[in-house]
Design a protein. Structure first.
Length: 179
């Protein structure tokens, strides 16, 4: 798949989705620290304890490199009004030719406010604006009902549960042709 020529910033009514920066490390440490129990069952890269600033800096460097290489485009999801970090969302070129996967997380204190749905809607539109993208997928843990509601609200079609290694994923698809 070609590099992802996505917008640098995507704005919604309540959010500014922008590339992660090194300066985000303290906010990310705070967000992940308060959300350990909230994220651990669902996010493969979540840790059982709050990550250190060094671990977060390494994560941010990796996300920046993935963005610069065009492989993945991972956004910080911040409130539009004050830049408070509420979560993260990305488009990942890991599900096959012409397809991207949408992945998202929200900090515990921001869950249940519709922000993940708002961000996923915006990223879905951005993904389909790319000429080489014919489909998007969202993979969630089968037991994560709040996360599963997001693709359902956005009109993604449930394809079933897939076993991948030690993980099971409920897989949803949205195609550019509307099928």
């Amino acid at each position: 798949m070609p590099a992802l020529p996505l917008p640098n910033v995507i704005r919604t009514e309540r959010l500014a989705l922008r590339p992660w920066a090194a300066e985000d490390a303290p906010q990310l440490v705070e967000a992940l620290g308060e959300s350990v129990d909230h994220l651990l069952p669902w996010i493969p890269w979540a840790t059982a304890a709050a990550p250190s600033i060094g671990q977060v800096e390494t994560l941010l460097s990796r996300w920046k490199a993935e963005r610069e290489s065009g492989a993945n485009f991972i956004y910080a999801a911040c409130r539009a009004t004050d830049e408070r970090l509420v979560g993260g969302i990305g488009l990942y070129a890991r599900v096959g030719p012409g397809r991207l996967e949408v992945g998202y997380w929200m900090r515990r204190t921001e869950s249940g406010k519709g922000l993940a749905t708002e961000a996923a809607r915006a990223v879905t539109s951005a993904g389909f604006a790319l000429p080489h993208v014919s489909g998007l997928e969202i993979h969630t843990h089968p037991s994560n009902l709040p996360s599963r509601r997001i693709p359902e609200k956005l009109g993604y079609r449930f394809l079933g549960v897939r076993e991948t290694g030690e993980r099971s994923s409920a897989v949803y698809e949205c195609r550019s042709d509307g099928e």
